[in-house]
Write a protein that binds this ligand. Sequence first.
Ligand SMILES: *Cc1c(COP(=O)(O)O)cnc(C)c1O
Length: 448
Amino acid sequence: MNNLDKKTLIAQHPLLQNLIALDEVFWVNPHLETGKEGIEKAPLTQDDIRDAEERLKRFAPYIAKVFPETKPTDGIIESSLVKIPSMKQYLQQANEESIEGELWLKCDSHLPISGSIKARGGIYEVLKHAEKLAIEHGILKLEDDYSIMDSDRFRTFFSGFSIAVGSTGNLGLSIGIISAKLGFHVTVHMSADAKSWKKELLRSKNVNVIEYEADYSKAVEEGRIQAEADPNCYFVDDENSHDLFLGYAVAASRLKNQLEELAVRVDEDHPLFVYLPCGVGGGPGGVAFGLKQLFGDHVHCFFAEPTHSPCMLLGLVTGLHDKISVQDIGIDNCTDADGLAVGRPSGFVGKTIEPFLSGCYTVSDEQLYQHLKELVDQEEIRLEPSALAGMAGPVQLFKNGSGYITKHNLKDKMKNASHIVWATGGSMVPQEMLEVYYQKGHERSSKI
Ligand SMILES: *Cc1c(COP(=O)(O)O)cnc(C)c1O
């Protein structure tokens, strides 16, 4: 993008000045539609989500067998929903802002197998591919007990195929672990910001890890080129994949059941607010899509991005989606939130969510670290920096979102609201790294 184009764009969208200045911003989506029309424009439907859910059920006996940590849930990969009242107290006091309603944490940070939200989409896409291959080759039927895949016969069969993916880390972990378990040859193309413990862990599981000096977009591009050269190689396309998106979307019906079990109401008078950390967009986009299908206008989804990587916000504000990157307007895409270090959003996700996303906001790395430390102190829950991006959401909403609250007639209902902060990763992070993160938060808190 040349300087003139940039100037014109900034003149059209003054919010870009704040993005460039790395301010924390709160943006309400002017294209949000109420009713069903918005979501019906999506290229996917509730039936597609149900299909994904059924497939995960077919695989549950296999998952329970090869990942014993999933035995308690019978091979269903799911996380808990917990109330965090002490953290709510802290947020209110530290920001001198009252948060009406209850504050919850959705602990995808503790999902079995790979310890992040990628254990939903990433694992689902590989399972779907494996099922397709096995059925096409006549060694599996839909009615079979899928635990038969835990056998040399299947592993030998899958070893004739390969899988590749580009990742900032967590997607690579999920794809690598499940692919290697099934017997596939798997290659993970890692961006420069990927943590070395993730690379080491994958190599210990026989995953081929290729490292790049460049950022996420480059790792994906290289992976795609190398995979295309091999007809037996399947490329998991984080920027465009419908299967990843559907794997994430399954979270919604599971969450609905959890809310019912906890007697948490979501309806006209009990709004639900969900705050989702966003990288390329598939994870939060899929979850939001699933939630809007089930709860319609009663759920309000906000995406959270680092101030140094506000790619989805930039794509939505300008309407340019994947035709613009944060680097195009001079933002460096350098953040400690490695899961969110993405400079260019998914065009597919941006266009799909545009009619039903409530808004986006950005968070500084400083703030992520402070919230990381406080969540340990208040609730004894340890997350990776990316996973804290949702935590600023409720305060941002009450501080800067009064226009949104009024517009949707929510003022009197906020006392009945539920706020869910989606904690997207952390349980696989080595103890000593968590300690370093905590100390960073500690230093930042004592500076103030
Ligand atoms: C990948 C990831 C996200 C965001 O998911 P996208 O699909 O990239 O938008 C958020 N948090 C963590 C920890 C992640 O690994």
